[in-house]
Design a protein around this ligand. Structure first.
Ligand SMILES: [Fe+2]
Length: 309
């Protein structure tokens, strides 16, 4: 049995189509989607409809989908922050079919293997230590890469050391499955923790490991064990960006979309850098609250652009 493991599409329909084509060329039997299908790019309905019609697919929730509950309860007249403009417009454009499909999804799944064992799939493993974000987040990956560039093989070594730390071991041991999948940080990796195989397929729609090609991972169960193949697939990034620029989502959240485009072009996480700049400006002005004022958000972006170019 051959599985294609796909995560973090983030509305990037053209990337998803290419990944599915590649998986089919590799004779995959089953797809496992581990969350974050919507938001960031304005093609969320296309992504969800495409996934919902695939045969042989297990689909679970990501944090982006769980935002929907909160948004549906919101009074939309309070949606005045440019920082959130793209997200709010994508939410407004979600179709009933998309929302209905998402409402059927669960947070985790145990998928049977031929060997009578299981694959455990979740967007991020429950109880993952608090420092997980710091240890293996895309923003810290970006910083470390700039300080001292490293190869994917070196990153895999670090990932394997990380998942073998005691606190991670404890979590994985408590999961009754031979294979454990998680995504969320957009960094592709895999490795063993004792006898369990841990796989993060990276991000299909917004990879953040300095490689801008769409990521997914093939897992093959054979008589002698498991084969893992990390795949990267090219798609037309510029055509995707040009199509996104023509939408109302771009109009409503231009700065956010420009950051997404930058991430798509470079495979790098610039979100954290802009947020740090905006936080500094906000605190220097004594601004408080959950969101940055539109003036602060724009000022931070102006500085970000002038210092980056
Ligand atoms: Fe996520």
């Amino acid at each position: 049995m051959k599985f294609a493991i796909i995560s973090d599409v983030h509305g990037n329909y053209p990337a998803l189509v290419k990944v599915i084509e590649d998986a089919n060329l590799n004779n995959v039997d089953r797809f496992i989607f581990i969350g974050d299908y919507i938001f960031d790019l304005p093609f969320s309905n296309d992504v969800v409809q495409y996934i919902s019609k695939l045969k042989n697919a297990d689909v679970i929730l990501g944090n982006k989908e769980t935002y929907l509950k909160g948004l549906s309860k919101d009074n939309q007249s309070s949606w005045v922050f440019d920082q959130m403009g793209a997200l709010h417009q994508i939410y407004r454009e979600l179709s009933t079919e998309t929302k209905n499909f998402i409402s059927t999804l669960k947070e985790e799944a145990y998928i049977p293997l031929e060997s009578n064992n299981f694959i455990y799939a979740s967007h991020y493993t429950k109880g993952m230590p608090q420092q997980a974000k710091k240890d293996c987040g895309s923003a810290s990956f970006h910083k470390k890469m700039l300080e001292s560039p490293f190869s994917h093989e070196q990153f895999l070594e670090d990932f394997r050391m990380l998942i073998n730390q005691d606190d991670y071991k404890k979590i994985f041991n408590e999961i009754n499955a031979e294979i454990i999948l998680f995504g969320h940080n957009h960094l592709q990796a895999y490795g063993y923790c004792n006898d369990k195989l841990i796989i993060n397929p990276g991000s299909c729609g917004q990879p953040l490991d300095f490689d801008n090609r769409a990521a997914y991972t093939i897992l093959e169960e054979t008589h002698s064990g498991f084969n893992v193949i990390e795949k990267r697939v090219e798609y037309d990034i510029e055509a995707t960006i040009q199509a996104a620029k023509k939408t109302k989502v771009y109009e409503c959240g231009t700065i956010w979309c420009e950051l997404v485009f930058l991430a798509m072009r470079t495979g790098r996480d610039y979100f954290g850098i802009l947020f740090e700049m905006a936080s500094e400006i906000a605190s220097s002005k004594g601004e408080k609250g959950n969101f940055f004022t539109n003036e602060t958000w724009q000022q931070a972006y102006n500085i970000f652009i002038s210092t980056r170019l």
